[in-house]
Design a protein around this ligand. Structure first.
Ligand code: DX5
Ligand code: ZN
Length: 221
């Protein structure tokens, strides 16, 4: 299964956005966090920033929608050039209908789970999604500590995917660094979002390379 390193631009220097995107041109995906101050207690990014990322990023865009009513808003991110759109199961009114609508627009579709949301209830609909996002912090802010209590959920999700004979990716987001990425990879994640680890590093490209090597070395596949 492919290993992807997906830097989050949430805490980059937006005064030099194009230069910040240039620092991560070796990334597999560019992760853009969309927050509405309702689903999470933070207001961040949105369509104008997403469109700027689409213009200047070298890698495909991964939209992470931490918003209420993704049923209404998610399709516009597919239309604005996302390669992947992830919405949260806690917010979607009709996750299957929304996944199908997004697939019809040609994007990969992710289902996001907050830390307290279990995957088991969604076992029968995993086939509707290309990836499951297991949040490894409470969503809303960068720079938080990785919740190692999420490792069993990652393992459980990987087992359910395998039992269903699917190739679904598992993305982890929150507190991913050189200290935590191996445990997430061993548990079964293959797509790693890293915000502060990449943008606080003296050399973002080297940090992406180091994260990718660790994830590859410790990958469960
Ligand atoms: C948090 C966001 C993350 C965040 C990750 O709610 O979804 O994508 O930017 O930042 P770090 O890697 O610093 O935890
Ligand atoms: Zn995110």
């Amino acid at each position: 299964m492919s290993i992807l390193i997906s830097p989050s631009v949430l805490n980059c220097d937006f005064g030099h956005f194009a230069a910040e995107l240039d620092k991560i041109k070796d990334a597999d995906w560019v992760h853009v966090d969309i927050m509405d101050n309702h689903f999470v207690p933070n207001l961040a990014l949105g369509m104008p920033v997403f469109e700027a990322a689409a213009k200047y990023a070298a890698s495909p865009l991964d939209a992470h929608l931490m918003i209420e009513d993704p049923d209404t808003w998610a399709p516009s991110y597919a239309e604005a050039g996302a390669a992947s759109v992830t919405f949260h199961v806690e917010a979607a009114k009709a996750p299957i209908r929304l996944a199908r609508e997004l697939h019809a627009k040609g994007v990969r579709v992710g289902l996001g789970l907050r830390p307290a949301t279990d995957i088991t209830a969604y076992a029968d609909i995993l086939g509707e999604f290309d990836q499951i996002l297991v949040m490894t912090v409470e969503p809303g802010f960068g720079g938080q500590k990785f919740l190692s209590s999420m490792l069993p959920k990652i393992r459980r999700t990987r087992k359910l995917i395998e039992a269903a004979g699917l190739e679904t990716w598992i993305q982890v987001d929150g507190g991913i660094s050189q200290a935590t990425i191996a445990s997430a990879a061993e548990a079964g994640a293959n797509n790693f979002v890293a915000g502060s680890a990449v943008f606080k590093a003296a050399d973002a490209a080297a940090e992406i390379g180091a994260l990718r090597s660790l994830a590859t070395e410790h990958s469960a596949h």
